[in-house]
Each structure stands twice: as C-alpha cells, then as structure tokens.
Design a protein around this ligand. Sequence first.
Ligand code: ADP
Length: 393
Amino acid sequence: MNATVLVINSGSSSIKYQLVDPTDGTAVASGLVERIGEGSSLLRHIYGDLEVEEDNPVRDHAQGLRRVLDLFHREGPNLKEANVVAVGHRVVQGGAFFDRATVIDDDVIRTIEALVPLAPLHNPAHLRGIEVAQELLPDVPHVAVFDTAFFQALPAAASTYAIDREVARKYAVRRYGAHGTSHQYVSTTVANYLGRMDLRQIVLHLGNGASASAVVAGRAVDTSMGLTPLEGLVMGTRTGDIDPAAVFHLARNAHMSIEDIDYLFNKRSGMRGLTGQNDLRVIHSMAQNGDRNARVALLVYAHRIKKYIGAYAAVMGGVDVVTFTAGVGENDARMRELATEGLEYMGIKLDRSKNRRSTKGLRVVSKDSSGVRILVVPTNEEWEIARQCIDAI
Ligand code: ADP
C-alpha cells in the first residue's frame, strides 16, 4: 500500500480524523468522535462502503482516540498494513513561531502551550490529542500543522495593528490569520490549474467560519482574520469586523461582562444573530418566503465580501483570480452572484449560467471575456495537512 498519513483534528469536544494518501488526497478512511465528555457521544467510522456508528459515552480524548484505534483494528483498514508514515495534527494557533508544519518535540509542545492565551479553547484540545496520539502511535513522527503558518510572514503593513507598540509586543497582539491550510491548498491548486505561479489571487473561504486572503505568487500578503478568527467577513455565528467600541458600549450600557460579549460576538452574532439561523440554505429559503431579516442578512454578508475583494485588489495592485471555497463558497451560487454583482468595472464578470451549473469539483464560473477569472475550488485541508507532513518528516 502507498504511504498514508493519519490526520487528526482534536477539538474541545470532538476528534475528527482521516487516513489520507498524500499523493492524490484519497481519504482511505475517515471518521469522528463527537460530544466527548457529554454522556451521549457519537462515533462514526467510514472505510470504503462501510459506515459504522456507535453512541457509547466517551469520557475524554484519551478514551476517544483509543476507540478510534479499536475501530481501525476491528473494521479496517489495519493501520500497520496501511503504511502510516506520519500523524498530522491540525493546530489552530502557532503564533509568531511557526511558518510551516513542524515535527513535534518537547519544544514544540511547550510553544503550543505558551500560545494557549491566544487560542484558549483550541490549543489545549490539540495538546490533549497530541499527547494521547503519541502514546498510542509511538512509532511514527507526529507533525503539527498550523492554521496560522501560511500567514506567519504577512508584510508588517498587514499584520500590525495600530495600537501602542509596547502593549502589542508584551501581549503578542497582531494579526495571525486562520484557515491558512485551506487558503494555501486552494491558492496552490489554482496556480497549478492555471499553470501560472505569479498570480494575484483572492481566496474566499466561506464556511461556517469565513475568511478572505490576498495571495501574490504563492505568498499571503493579507488576510481577514486577525488576532483571533473573529475579525473579517460575516460568519455563521461570528460578527466579523465590528467597531471595537461596541465592546465598551455594551459593557457600560448593557452591563455585559467580557465573557458575555465574547459569547455574543462569537456564538450569537453573524448570520445567526441577524436571522436566528446560521445555515445559508435555510436563510435563502427564509428570504424567498419574504423574511426581511433574512434578505438583509444576505446583503450584509455579500457586502462584506465585496469590500474585501475591493480592498485586496487595491493591496495587490490588481487581481487575476477570485476563488470561492468551503460550504458556502462551493455550493451557494446565489451568494457568488451577490458577492460579485457590480464588480464588472474591475474586470470581475461572473457567467450566470456557468455559475448555476451544479457541477462539483474545480470549475471556472467567469465569462470568457472576464479579465479576472472566477473559480470554485473544493477545499481539502486534510490533503494539504498530509502533504505538509510528508515535507516536514
Ligand atoms: P465548517 O466551517 O464548519 O467547516 P463548511 O465549510 O462545511 O463548514 O460550511 C458549512 C456551511 O456551508 C453551512 O453552515 C451552510 O451555511 C453552508 N452550505 C452548505 N451547503 C450549502 C448550499 N448548498 N447552499 C448554501 N450554503 C451551503
């Protein structure tokens, strides 16, 4: 069997995994453990046509990962025969320290630990996953693949916030970005597809979380997520850009605590805040049924994307390709229309009928006369993680 990489995404109450063939991205097997520690956990394991579900409680990450390895043992594929050459761990926050995937040693663990204040929910969960996985799979290298790495070398003009230098230095306040693995995968795929390495690209990753990046000749020069994934585009449940003074206003006048505001901005805002729903499929159907809030929310969402397209074209001195990816970007033809409407003067001309075709896979949705190509590219973060692991070991 070809070499494979086991990709693990260990979240605060879940573990997602995929056994990937790094040469072509095939998912040999995949699955997840959800609601760890909640008494009603769910395990799902997929291998070829086989799909197994179990709902026994899973106490913690150690037990969760042990159950995953049992499933591999029982249902296949046998991990020994699968020729696993590395385990890749997705890590949300690598701060200013990691600009690439890195083989995990004690120093790397200490640095991920030191970065917990910047990712208080994610980094501790990653560390638990890494610890258990290293114990259970001790014979292969474990590699940390950081969501921030692609943006680590942003130009200072893009990564620096205009606040007191000393405060920023002491508390590591700068723009780190997120979703880097997806932006890197998509921009590389586009460059290979068009056979040009010098492109000025805008990548729009529109999922439940959403972010935009500006990429010149394969290097990120700006991105919309900042110190945390809260900044930038309107998201499923997050505000995206908002005047920071909204925090002072709510604290003073609504007497909300920092925790209340954190929860409000991260969980009760974005499309959910505007409509009560965070799934764009539902919001489109609400809008079609005359719901005014839903209609306005879709316009707010599209308006923000449009602002970033304009801003990044200015930052790059022009744009060659705009690419849509992730759940909304890949599937929501109407949102692609709303987000590019009126940009014809910039050479961004969507072809409505190509855009409406329900093809899957990489596709061009701009008019032949469009100076800027508009593409839809399905993201594949697991494949990117697997490839980066191979480069790192
Ligand atoms: P995550 O950020 O959780 O990885 P995804 O990239 O899978 O999420 O995106 C999930 C979101 O994609 C859903 O919440 C929904 O809003 C949106 N989505 C998925 N399919 C469609 C569709 N056909 N039309 C519009 N939106 C869609």
